[in-house]
Design a binder for this molecule. Structure first.
Ligand code: CU
Length: 284
């Protein structure tokens, strides 16, 4: 049902965009056709990023309009025909003070919310859960070090295996699952080359670098599935290693944890047995 309601919202959003109704032009947790803006926010940090982005947009628009206005005045009033004998003025002290002070005030006004945002991105609050994401050519491996340390691979579902309603190039076989309204500390590294772990609706993007452990955090306030992609050119299948994070209630998360511990523990030993079996003839 969730899929259908999401699809309906999706179609509604696309329709509104087509009509130019000015409704939300971006999906929550996923891109949408004709998207014009940032994806909708699912974390406090992304809300802050979006607010800062729109604030900057207004500042830029105002400055551009002001400069354009000045240019138009000069073109109309001070061209060779309208103003044949130009003024020889070269200095105007009050004006020079103003055009030094005003940009300083504008930059300071931008710097304050910018640093506030930077601090909330970089200052990880006390985590409720840690997940380690390892970028590999070309999939992600997630491990849950403080919940039994199980680990599993998350591979993209190929076009031919997609079920109705599943998103092309974004659906994965094993999603990263986290509880809603909890601080998730994400440790990110790379196993082979540099990848980048990015989920737009969470407002996170951080490089996955071999031999180095980067970290970021998010606190999803809405349940649902949130998609992202590897955001660093990492090789031929760079575009086929999506990130899918399923945010669920705490009860559902605990249930998933119980199942996952068994499932991925079994998978590991099965894989180990398979490797052992494959090696046996060579040993003999
Ligand atoms: Cu990659």
């Amino acid at each position: 049902m969730k899929v259908f309601s999401r699809l309906a919202a999706f179609a509604g959003g696309a329709g509104a965009a087509a009509l130019g109704a000015g409704a939300a032009w971006a999906g929550l947790g996923q891109p949408s056709p004709w998207q014009m803006d940032l994806q909708e926010s699912a974390t406090p940090v992304m809300t802050q990023i979006a607010a800062f982005h729109f604030f900057l947009l207004w500042v830029i628009a105002a400055i551009s309009a002001f400069v354009l206005g000045l240019l138009l005045i000069i073109i109309v009033r001070f061209n060779a025909r309208a103003n044949p004998t130009p003024s020889r003025t070269t200095h105007n002290t009050p004006l020079e003070i103003i055009w030094t002070i005003v940009p300083v005030i504008i930059l300071a006004t931008i710097a304050v919310p910018s640093f506030r945002l930077l601090f909330s991105q970089l200052d990880v609050p006390k985590p409720d859960l840690t997940v380690k994401a390892t970028g590999k050519q070309w999939f992600w491996t997630y491990s849950y070090p403080d919940n039994g340390n199980f680990e599993f691979d998350s591979l993209m579902v190929a076009d031919k295996d997609l079920k109705p309603g599943q998103l092309r190039l974004l659906t994965v076989d094993n999603e990263m699952v986290v509880p809603v309204n909890k601080v998730v500390h994400v440790l990110v590294t790379g196993a082979d080359v540099i990848h980048s772990f990015a989920v737009p609706s969470f407002g996170i993007r951080i490089d996955a670098i071999p031999g180095r452990l980067n970290d970021t955090w998010f606190k999803a306030t809405t349940e649902g599935v949130f998609y992202g992609q590897c955001s660093e050119l990492c090789g031929k299948d760079h575009s086929f290693m999506p990130i899918a994070v399923r945010v669920v209630s705490e009860a559902d998360f605990n249930k998933w944890l119980g199942d996952a511990k068994k499932k991925y523990a079994t998978d590991d030993s099965a894989a180990h047995d398979a490797v052992a079996a494959a090696r046996t003839p060579a040993v003999q």
